[in-house]
Design a protein around this ligand. Structure first.
Ligand SMILES: [Zn+2]
Length: 179
């Protein structure tokens, strides 16, 4: 694993329009979360997810984001603290920015996918692979039970067990199925 030191500098060639919207971090039952201080209209790009770009396929962390081409982004605050929801109000997308030398650099942007109210928590769908799935406490009616890619839910249940019905958000543990 090595850090591609030239990339964060190159990313500054392209900047999002300055936003007047304010966000804050705060404590949640699942660690730090990110909250809106202002109402945010659907479709608003909130900002670039800045951080450290890391080369290599073996890099793992709770927060890292896949950039393709064996690159990962280890995000900085505040957006490293955006929690998962199975029914999220934001999404991440990647833009590949070409610099003046013709080199292409990946950038991740977080955008509101629906109107977000003041003091509402910003969430994204982590869509983890089944092997890495953990029980979800998002408390949405359409919660998958696991933090997992929707198409890998069946596999997650096979690997980790059926989850009992939740009584309190986050207050549940997997039931291990007999092999
Ligand atoms: Zn959920």
């Amino acid at each position: 694993m090595s850090v591609a030191e030239n990339l964060p500098v190159a990313l500054s060639y392209w900047k999002l329009p300055k936003s007047e919207l304010r966000i804050r971090t705060d404590v949640t039952p699942y660690g730090t979360g990110v909250f809106a201080c202002d109402a945010i209209p659907a479709g608003t790009p909130l900002g670039e997810v800045r951080g450290t770009i890391i080369e290599g396929t073996d890099y793992q962390s709770d927060y890292c984001m896949d950039l393709g081409e064996d690159l990962s982004l280890e995000p900085d605050a505040p957006y490293r603290y955006v929690n998962h929801s199975c029914v999220p109000n934001c999404e991440l997308y990647q833009i590949d920015i070409e610099d003046e030398y013709g080199d292409v650099h990946p950038m991740i942007v977080i955008e509101a996918t629906r109107d977000i109210a003041v003091d509402e928590q910003l969430t994204i769908d982590y869509a983890w692979p089944a092997e890495e799935a953990i029980p979800c406490g998002c408390a949405q009616a359409k919660c998958r039970g696991y933090i997992v890619h929707p198409e890998e839910l069946d596999l997650a249940v096979k690997l980790h067990g059926v989850l009992p019905q939740r009584t309190v958000a986050g207050d549940f543990a997997p039931t291990v199925l007999p092999k």
